[in-house]
Design a protein around this ligand. Structure first.
Ligand SMILES: [Zn+2]
Length: 458
């Protein structure tokens, strides 16, 4: 027996597809059997499985568990909840592996799998390898077992254990009907202060708005409620609770790098000199502020699996991405957990004297940014284009950081061009101290794209 996946579903950081079109229960079974075989060949046997609130998740999780059991694994079904709850269960129980059935922030028809193996992210060549094992039928047969072992209560207790606020806050939470909803409601009941939870019921049709806090229009209801109720701040979560969005009392969005500066400022008081990682898309403000606060700012490659790996390598206690993934290894386990990040942020804001999130935000140096720009570019060309740009810039003597694509520093600011790891697009961003500077950066970027034959939109 063997099995072939639709060619599009095995991706860099996860497995993902459209249910009934590219992703079926038979795929979930095969993923379980191949992953379970990897676990057993490495001398392990225990695997935790969790699932999000999508309508297709219970069926995919059941098939996945069957596959794991048929490879001889002992499966702990931790229940429905956010992805970090599954990561937590795998840590808590010392499991050899963990698989989360989730479509993250994608449309209701999508679903997929995020995996951890021996406490580390399972991605890139490992995911490719699952496809090879499956195609060859190179897997183990065995008779394992599965049991329901909910972790919800322990997870909520663990999150609350690190809350260290001193005065009560008024907070609005927006879960977008995603898988973080029940955990957020439990936190809201037990934290001091006044808490309003919007769209906290888990509903895989996402009837209110899409659970993706990096899109400003998805924060509209949260912003309105924060302003209307005069709350101190608002929190939002993506569909599987591994990415956070934050809004201040004036209804302004704080982006991932701004949240990270505030978390870093507090952490550096107890861990002076610590390394803090932000991905290559982060503002210059992050790197300057962390250095000014006595920390060691580190620029990392974009991708939550890469950031987690780098954190472990250099022993960084905190990291974050523009996309809202925040990783705490300080008092916590180093995985991306938006609910934990929320608890730590609330603790900071609730300890401040004479400072608010809005006033702290106003103290950050002001920069002008482009949003993330995307340019269509053929899969087989995208890395080549970045290489060509890098070569021309080097020949021209430009200041280039090539850790992930090209990030070019000029007197105006910086611009970034990188190939998406998951799509046939080039992604770019520019940031300057003035709008005139931003225009110059944008022109320099566009000149490079044109020189490599990339079409600019309209
Ligand atoms: Zn997510």
């Amino acid at each position: 027996m063997n099995h072939t996946f639709h060619p599009t579903i095995l991706r860099e950081y996860d497995i993902r597809g459209i249910v009934g079109e590219t992703l079926f229960a038979a795929d979930a079974f095969a993923i379980g059997k191949a992953f379970g075989s990897r676990v057993r060949r490495a001398g392990g046997s225990t695997v935790c499985v969790g699932w999000d609130g999508r309508l297709s998740s219970p069926e995919l999780a059941a098939a996945l568990v069957d596959g794991l059991v048929s490879a001889g694994c002992i499966v702990s079904k931790v229940g429905r909840g956010p992805t970090p709850m599954l990561y937590y269960a795998a840590k808590l129980r010392g499991a050899d592996g963990g698989i989360m059935v989730t479509g993250s922030h994608n449309p209701p028809t999508h679903n997929g799998f995020k995996m951890v193996f021996q406490g580390k992210p399972f991605f890139g060549p490992d995911i490719k390898n699952l496809g090879e094992l499956t195609a060859a039928g190179d897997w183990l047969d065995g008779q394992g077992s599965a049991a329901d072992e909910p972790v919800f209560d322990q997870y909520v207790d663990r999150l609350l254990a690190d809350y260290d606020g001193t005065h009560p806050l008024k907070v609005v939470w927006d879960c977008g009907n995603g898988a973080a909803g029940e955990v957020a409601q439990a936190l809201a009941r037990r934290l001091p202060g006044t808490h309003t939870v919007l769209f906290g019921d888990i509903d895989g049709t996402f009837p209110n708005h899409h659970p993706d806090p990096t899109e400003p229009h998805n924060l509209r209801a949260l912003i309105d409620e924060v302003l209307f109720s005069r709350a101190h701040l608002g929190l939002a979560f993506d569909g599987d609770g591994d990415r956070i969005g934050v809004v201040d009392a004036e209804g302004r969005i704080l982006w991932g790098d701004q949240i990270l500066v505030i978390l870093a400022e507090d952490l550096l008081k107890s861990r002076p000199g610590a390394s803090i990682i932000a991905d290559v898309k982060a503002s210059k403000v992050f790197f300057d502020e962390v250095a000014r606060l006595g920390g060691q700012p580190v620029m990392g490659r974009t991708g939550h699996s890469l950031i987690k790996t780098q954190m472990a390598e250099i022993g960084a206690p905190l990291a974050g991405e523009m996309s809202g993934h925040i990783f705490f290894a300080d008092k916590y386990y180093g995985f991306d957990d938006a609910l934990y990040a929320a608890i730590r942020l609330l603790g900071i804001v609730a300890r401040w004297q004479g400072e608010t999130l809005a006033s702290r935000r106003d103290k950050l140096p002001h920069m002008v940014n482009t949003p993330e720009m995307r340019f269509d570019c053929a899969e087989e060309r995208k890395f080549q284009v970045v290489a060509e740009v890098k070569e021309r810039l080097a020949a021209a003597g430009a200041r280039v950081n090539a850790i992930d694509g090209v990030r070019v520093d000029t007197d105006d600011g910086w611009w970034l061009l990188r190939a998406s790891n998951t799509q046939a697009v080039l992604v770019a961003r520019c940031e300057a101290a003035s709008s005139e500077g931003l225009k110059r950066l944008r022109a320099a970027l566009e000149a490079q794209l044109t020189a490599s034959g990339v079409a600019l939109p309209g």
